[in-house]
Design a binder for this molecule. Structure first.
Ligand SMILES: [Zn+2]
Ligand SMILES: [Zn+2]
Length: 275
């Protein structure tokens, strides 16, 4: 069973369109996972706008959207996700009960579109079929044969990591999360064990990490260490700092590949497929 992962937005914090962010892209977090059973989407950063156009363009009628947490860079594209406005579409929204969203993300999505924040309310989105709030650690089966496992991440206000299993494939989405140097995160290790692909919060790098303690993010070197320790086949360096221009990211890509051939730097529009 083929599983296709497409990176629709790879930035953290804030979108950064500019001539210096053309190669790796400027949109914020959004991942499309297409399985033979159906469409999955992770986060609704600005990258979800283009995904909406793609899904409608190929006649898609249903999708399951999973949020990691409610920070702006992961939700601000949602009001521009056109399938949610199509009455015949069936969008199922999943979110964890976290510190600041004890009932899941629904109220945050409502507030984001309340006046004077946005011209139309969430209620106008007739394509939303359901909201599902869960506790981290729960397992979800959005389509028959597709299992989504969850785990809590270390992040201000909380965040939820995901592992998608379909047939023999396993793809993990681990953002936003902060590591403690020298102490591999056991929760993350057990969620990503043996996965084909792990998409990991690599906002920073080890050399400058000491000045970012408490900001809720990790480094690409920690991503490689975790991937190697957990027997992961491929690591996608993700959630790039908006300050990291294409030149900076190209240098990271060269360094990361030299450290481990299984590392790749996520670029907007990049697709990875697993059989
Ligand atoms: Zn983020
Ligand atoms: Zn965050």
């Amino acid at each position: 069973m083929t599983c296709r992962v497409k990176f629709m937005g790879v930035r953290g914090s804030i979108a950064c369109p500019s001539p210096d962010h053309v190669v790796y892209g400027g949109n914020t977090s959004c991942i499309s996972v297409t399985t033979g059973a159906g469409e999955l989407v992770f986060d609704a950063g600005t990258g979800i706008r283009g995904l909406g156009r793609e899904l409608l363009g190929k006649g898609c009628k249903e999708a399951h959207l999973f949020f990691t947490h409610a920070h702006w860079d992961h939700i601000c594209g949602f009001p521009f996700f056109t399938p949610a406005f199509v009455p015949s579409f069936r969008l199922h929204i999943h979110s964890a009960r976290l510190v600041c969203t004890p009932d899941g993300i629904r109220e945050t999505l409502v507030a984001q579109m309340e006046p004077p924040n946005f011209p139309v309310p969430l209620g106008i989105m007739q394509g939303i079929a359901s909201h599902h709030a869960f506790d981290v650690g729960e397992c979800i089966e959005p389509y028959p044969g597709v299992v989504v496992r969850t785990a809590g991440l270390r992040h201000p206000n909380g965040a939820c990591g995901y592992r998608v299993e379909h047939g023999a494939n396993a793809v993990c989405y681990i953002t936003d999360t902060e590591h403690v140097p020298g102490q591999p995160d056991e929760q993350v290790l057990s969620l990503i064990r043996g996965a084909d692909l792990v998409i990991y919060d690599s906002t920073y790098r080890d050399e400058t990490f000491s000045s970012k303690i408490g900001w809720g993010h990790s480094t690409w070197q920690e991503g490689i260490r975790l991937a190697q320790a957990a027997g992961v086949k491929q690591l996608a360096i993700f959630h790039h700092d908006p300050e990291s221009t294409d030149d900076v990211m190209a240098a990271v890509e060269a360094e990361a590949k030299a450290m481990w051939s299984g590392a790749v730097v996520a670029r907007e529009g990049m697709e990875l497929s697993y059989l």
